[in-house]
Design a protein. Structure first.
Length: 271
């Protein structure tokens, strides 16, 4: 229902935008349906080997079988729990370190070479070390997830803090604001877009950390199902687990977008 306060031109523009969004969603759904249909057809006519690449119908049957077995939700819950803990811990700790570096230029200069090395180092190479330190359990997986997202968060947030408008900082100083007030009244709110951009990146990185950790040591989780399926040459289980993993990652990403929209209503979209 159009608002009477809007001009006819504005109403027509909004209607066109909504129509375009619907068209985009329809094309997206059609593309997905077409790819699935082509995948299924290629397996049924013998162009592809369903044993090696599975098929949508076999994956659906595997999903139903996993649901009936009762273990699927346990595996999903384990992986999601590890991801959320590592995601939140890495983001919170990384943001705290970035704040400390912005607060103290000397600390930033001390940590800079170490951050460069850690950022270049493949974090999965540290997996065996974490297993020795934390034991062959969820602790090692969570620490690996934290390690993967931590450095990215520190670097992104610190660069965002440094890029804050110097004119606004000088204005607050001229009004008598101290460093703590500048941080919480200007620098941190101004970098809300940077924070949410980092959160979106960390969603994927956290899932990478969890799955790699579960590849190395786990008794449950989506990564465990993928490894187990590959070991017994059950590609239906592998592909089904990958699809479930993709859906879980998309849901988590959408939750970040939802939180961003809510906070933008309080902070304002200009921040």
């Amino acid at each position: 229902m159009n608002s009477p306060s809007l001009s006819p031109g504005r109403q027509a523009y909004l209607l066109a935008v909504r129509r375009q969004k619907r068209q985009v969603r329809l094309w997206q759904a059609a593309l997905l349906a077409g790819l699935l249909a082509l995948w299924e057809l290629s397996c049924r006519v013998g162009l592809s080997d369903g044993f090696l690449i599975s098929s949508p119908s076999r994956m659906a049957a595997t999903f139903v079988s996993l649901c009936r077995g009762g273990d699927l939700w346990r595996h999903i819950g384990v992986s999601c729990g590890e991801t959320v803990i590592g995601f939140l811990s890495g983001t919170a700790l990384g943001t705290a370190v970035a704040i400390c570096m912005w607060w103290s230029g000397k600390l930033a200069r001390i940590l800079d070479p170490y951050l460069v090395v850690l950022n270049a180092l493949p974090k999965t190479a540290l997996g065996p070390i974490f297993i020795v330190w934390m034991g062959a359990g969820q602790g090692a997986i969570i620490v690996m997830t934290l390690a993967i997202s931590l450095i990215v968060t520190i670097l992104n947030m610190y660069q965002g803090f440094l890029s804050t408008d110097e004119e606004k900082i000088r204005l607050l100083r001229s009004l008598g604001a101290n460093r703590r007030q500048i941080l919480w009244l200007l620098v941190f709110p101004a970098n809300a877009p940077t924070l949410f951009s980092t959160l979106k990146v960390n969603v994927g990185l956290s899932w990478v950390g969890v799955i790699m950790g579960e590849f190395l040591v786990s008794q449950a989780g989506l990564g465990y199902l993928i490894v187990y399926g590959s070991q017994v040459f059950n590609m239906d289980l592998v592909m089904t687990s990958v699809v479930i993993l993709a859906v879980a990652a998309v849901v988590m990403y959408q939750l970040v977008l939802w939180v961003e929209k809510i906070l933008n209503r309080f902070w304002g979209k200009g921040l």
